[in-house]
Write a protein that binds this ligand. Structure first.
Ligand SMILES: *Cc1c(COP(=O)(O)O)cnc(C)c1O
Length: 399
């Protein structure tokens, strides 16, 4: 034998006794029902799976607010769903306009470029929301067949709040609108049909509070027509939407579906349906506003001005001279709460997606954050922060 087995330890010797409370930019904590469902493996084809898939599609239509028959799942991260939307709608030479707010919106542009599209970038300032007028001018100039943008840019915590107007502009110029709603879906309004969005993308591990690795996307009828009439063959076999449709709509084999992950997303969607979207949007809004109010009452500033600020992920400026890494390490080690840094920006990001928006999690997080800031030498008013957090939560009746 040339190879000897490596000396490894069981998982429980690696995992901490008490898990960290995940309050970063994702993944987020999952409900017990979702975790249980994630342990199930059954045949990926057959009557039982068919019933599960039918319900997943029905519930996803509610969450995406669409009647579309083309709701599909994909075994892969949200990026795989992004790539599936792009590579099916784009052929070599297709003109694409990508609205770039930051890291993730730029990823859509990168994917379109790799598919051979002629991509024009519309750069949006770091702390600004995308401006519909500028988008209309760029569409008139570039005449794209596809427009890509994010609803929420997780990397710098910007919200493209004018998405409904932007989607309407896309329609006016017969340009398909592709929206990354990975961090926002089920945390705020996203009316696919009413707004006229042609592809909506989400992942499991953010707003939906499911596991990473199984994602959902929906195409409009217009988008589906474009896919059916494409000339160029699909380079990606796994991401071919027409092949995926065989599994998701025709009860037959494409590839072996990620059964456990689909069970998990079924339960995550079911919990959303039980809560209802209006109640869920309210919980997210109040929880996030309470957290932001608490942070500001402690004496800190938010990174993004209110009119462009995302609620699903909260970006906080650090006081002069305070190390973000020191604060984050202290939060993890002493309080078992994990938050995120940012791609090169001097901010901390606290997630407000799905299970992260529970009063007990937000209290624990704000306290851990304030205490750790103090330990790092910052002068902040922690009691004032906690009082403001409590006031806004009580006013919004979120517990
Ligand atoms: C997290 C995120 C992604 C990427 O998700 P992965 O599952 O890591 O591929 C894409 N877009 C946005 C807006 C995100 O927040």
């Amino acid at each position: 034998m040339r190879y000897r087995p490596p000396a490894v330890v069981p998982l429980d010797r690696i995992l901490p006794d008490e898990p960290l409370l995940m309050m970063g930019a994702g993944p987020v904590p999952i409900p017990a029902r979702v975790a249980e469902a994630n342990s199930i493996v059954i045949n990926h084809l057959g009557e039982t799976m068919n019933r599960v898939i039918e319900q997943v599609k029905e519930m996803a239509r509610y969450v995406f607010q669409t009647q579309s028959a083309r709701v599909l799942g994909v075994a892969g991260p949200a990026s795989a769903a992004m790539e599936m939307a792009i590579c099916n709608l784009v052929e070599p030479g297709t003109k694409v306009l990508s609205v770039c707010n930051g890291y993730f919106s730029r990823r859509l542009a990168e994917m379109a470029t790799r598919c051979g599209a002629e991509v024009a970038l519309l750069e949006v300032g770091m702390t600004e929301t995308a401006d519909p007028e500028k988008i209309e001018a760029a569409i008139q100039r570039e005449r794209p067949a596809v427009l890509t943008l994010v609803q929420g840019e997780t990397s710098n915590t910007v919200w493209n709040r004018h998405l409904p107007e932007i989607a309407a502009i896309g329609r006016k110029y017969e340009c398909l609108v592709v929206v990354d709603a990975v961090c926002t879906l089920s945390t705020m309004d996203m009316e696919m049909d009413t707004w006229g969005v042609d592809a909506v993308i989400t992942g499991g591990q953010k707003g939906l509070s499911s596991i990473p690795g199984v994602s959902l996307l929906a195409f409009s009828e217009l988008a589906w027509k474009r896919i059916e009439s494409r000339n160029a063959p699909m380079a990606h076999w796994c991401l071919d939407a027409r092949l995926a449709d065989r599994f998701w709509n025709l009860k037959s084999y494409h590839y072996t579906a990620p059964v456990s992950g689909i069970m998990a997303i079924h339960e995550a969607l079911r919990l959303i349906c039980t809560e209802t979207l209006p109640a869920r949007f309210h919980r997210h809004e109040i929880s996030s506003r309470a957290l932001q109010g608490g942070v500001q009452a402690m004496g800190l500033d938010m990174f993004i001005p209110e009119e462009a600020r995302l609620n699903s992920v909260v970006g906080i400026k650090l006081p002069e001279g305070v190390s973000g890494d020191a604060v984050r390490n202290h939060m993890s080690q002493v309080y078992r709460v994990e938050v995120s840094g940012a791609f090169g920006l001097d901010i901390l990001r606290i997630g407000q997606m799905g299970e992260q928006c529970r009063a007990h999690h937000v209290f624990r997080t704000l306290h851990a954050f304030g205490s750790s800031l103090r330990a790092a030498g910052a002068k902040i008013d922690l009691p004032a922060g906690v009082a403001e957090l409590e006031r806004i939560l009580a006013e919004g009746q979120v517990t």
